[in-house]
Design a protein around this ligand. Structure first.
Ligand code: NAD
Ligand code: UDP
Length: 365
């Protein structure tokens, strides 16, 4: 039986990874998180030992220390990772993504344990394209993101949007530094907008604040409010289905020789979409899933980022991953297209939250 540690096992990615690893039957998880709603079905599983704690430097050494010596991998997912918080709570964001977390690297380095860290595609920041006189993205070298070559371009310090990306970047650099000095094995994953069931929360139902775009648009559809396009909705994202992403993580865990001491982009470059097109597609799918044609006319409106997030927001213009490393080293490629990703994900949201408003999937009606 392999033993792994997962920090942040109760979150969106953590709960899907926990599902997958426990289903394999040959993995024991020591999991830490402050919440467990998304993994509650596993609490009685003898292969899952859940610790309900916020992990900081003290917890790292006191609680994780005894487990680290004999575990296969330490998987670090715990983070504050919603853009609204980067702007509203930059101190909390930096604490969570670096200060409360870096002692984990010290400890893994001391034991030479495999540190498996989820960073973010946001470490690339903005593309070079957005800084040249035309931003028409003609030259792939100016916008495609390659793990070991592409510069990391953050905006000005006064724009708190970059609090998360810079903390994540420093964390990556601290991993590299330790690995160079102690030989600690590591894997760094840069997720590209992974979407799926259980992502974030619906404000007023099971959380408060502003979630990421998927849950923002779902909230608007459920509540009969307009979908809001921040600064016109022209930003591009590539959307990756969570099951494809978990396939990538599983392949890494199964093939340490291929995965160790590497950074991997994990994204679906075929699923690129502007936020405006995403809004139109989601209202079309809402009509298809619920059988309510009124969704086809669901209002969509523009809003400034100052009004939506507050001062200090700046957007990543575009994120196109080069995924050749994941393909060649792991044999991984995203399989699920954008429409299917949204259909599965939105069906889940309507099942979980739609009943009070009579918005359940047609097949459940
Ligand atoms: P999430 O917010 O759903 O999950 C994070 C979990 O960590 C939460 O359950 C939270 O309670 C927990 N947590 C935070 N700080 C903690 C601490 N100090 N101690 C214990 N628990 C703590 O986020 P997610 O989408 O599952 O993201 C997981 C990781 O992947 C994060 O590191 C995030 O930066 C990275 N990531 C995800 C995406 C994506 O598309 N989902 C994109 C880029 C990066
Ligand atoms: N966005 C939007 N409307 C919303 C929420 C977000 O237009 O209700 C935009 C946001 O400005 C960004 C994109 O959607 O351009 C993706 O935002 P998300 O919160 O998912 O995080 P990011 O991809 O920036 O990390």
């Amino acid at each position: 039986m392999k033993k792994v540690i997962i920090l942040g096992c109760g979150g969106f990615v953590g709960s899907h990874l926990t599902d997958r690893l426990l289903a394999s039957g040959d993995v024991h998880i020591e999991g830490w998180d402050v919440s467990y709603d998304k993994v509650s079905e596993h609490l009685d599983n003898p292969n899952f030992n859940f610790h309900q704690r916020y992990v900081d430097a003290d917890t790292t050494f006191d609680e994780l220390g005894p487990h680290i010596a004999d575990c296969e991998a330490v998987i670090s997912l715990a983070a504050v990772c919603t853009p609204a918080q980067y702007v509203a709570s930059p101190v909390k964001t930096i604490r969570s993504n670096f200060i409360d977390a870096y002692s984990l690297i010290d400890l893994c380095s001391e034991h030479r344990s495999w540190l498996f860290h989820t960073s973010t595609c946001e470490v690339y920041g903005r593309t070079l394209s957005s800084y040249v006189p035309t931003d028409d993205y003609q030259d792939l070298d100016l916008y495609e993101q390659r793990e070991d070559e592409t510069p990391l371009i953050m905006g000005p310090t006064r724009n708190h949007r970059w609090s998360y990306a810079t903390a994540k970047q420093l964390f990556e650099r601290y991993i590299y530094a330790h690995s160079a000095e102690s030989g600690m094995p590591f894997t760094i994953v840069r997720p590209y907008n992974w979407f799926g069931p259980r992502m974030d929360f619906i404000p007023g139902r099971d959380g408060e604040g502003i979630p990421r775009v998927l849950a923002c648009f779902m909230t608007a559809l459920l509540d009969g409010q307009p979908l809001q396009l921040v600064d016109g909705g022209g930003a591009y994202r590539t959307i990756t289905f969570i099951d494809d992403a978990i396939d990538a993580l599983s392949l890494m865990l199964e093939q340490p020789k291929q995965a160790q001491n590497q950074v991997f982009n994990v994204g679906n470059r075929a699923s690129e979409v502007t936020m405006k097109d995403l809004a139109f597609l989601m209202r079309e799918l809402a009509a298809e899933i619920t059988g309510k044609d009124a969704f086809l006319e669901h209002p969509i409106e523009d809003i400034t980022s100052d009004k939506f997030y507050g001062e200090g927001y700046e957007d990543c213009d575009r994120r196109v991953p080069d995924v050749t490393k994941a393909e060649s080293r792991l044999g991984w490629k995203a399989k699920t297209d954008l429409r299917e990703t949204l259909r599965i994900t939105m069906t889940h949201y309507f099942e979980q939250y739609g009943r009070p408003a009579g918005l359940t999937p047609v097949r459940d009606a």
